[in-house]
Write a protein that binds this ligand. Structure first.
Ligand code: PRP
Length: 178
């Protein structure tokens, strides 16, 4: 399937599943070395990261837990703009290494806000893993510990990412046809 139509837009295949899974392999290999004795809590930031989190977790060979969180659509304004409230993280984070799992870091705003909120819960360390990173869109200083792949600043869907709710189920990534 080299083209798909979602709602009013056409998308063409840009990153095949094989390439995505190779990138997940590499992230997992790095984690298997660096996090082996950390007993980390992996935190999947819904919705987009469910597919990355699932593929990644299957490849980790050390003791770890996973929790799933959401960000409220809107919860006030902070120094970095709109602040979304983190919902669903009920674990005691004191002394824990927390690894946030994101599908994509675009402008960087979401991950910066999320890291700030997790830090306030007293963990020993907060790390960030993102499947995709758009360096040309991200003007903020974001510390990314694990990056699957860097991608151009195009509108994409698939592998968890959506266009207006659709396309998350595609196993490959597709780029909008202008
Ligand atoms: C997407 C993605 C990241 C965020 C990245 O979430 O999952 O959380 O946008 O963008 P940023 O770096 O510009 O902040 P979205 O709000 O679309 O929710 P979703 O995961 O439910 O699709």
């Amino acid at each position: 399937m080299s083209r798909v139509k979602l709602l009013d837009k056409e998308f063409e295949l840009s990153i095949p599943e094989e390439k995505l899974l190779k990138a997940v392999d590499q992230v997992a290999e790095q984690m298997n070395v660096e996090l082996a004795d950390k007993n980390p809590l992996m935190v999947c930031v819904l919705n987009g990261s469910f597919m990355f989190a699932s593929d990644l977790m299957k490849r980790l060979n050390f003791p770890c837990e996973i929790s799933f969180v959401k960000l409220s659509s809107y919860a006030g304004t902070g120094s970095t703009g709109q602040v979304k409230e983190l919902i669903g993280l009920n674990e005691n984070l004191e002394g824990r290494t927390v690894v946030l799992l994101e599908d994509i870091v675009d402008t960087g705003l979401t991950i910066i806000n999320t890291v700030d909120q997790v830090k306030q819960m007293g963990p020993e360390d907060v790390k960030v893993a993102t499947m995709l990173f758009k360096p040309d869109a991200c003007k903020r200083d974001v510390k990314l510990d694990y990056v699957g792949m860097e991608i151009p600043n195009d509108f994409i869907v698939g592998y968890g990412l959506d266009y207006d709710g659709y396309g998350r189920n595609l196993k490959d990534i597709y780029t909008v046809v202008e």
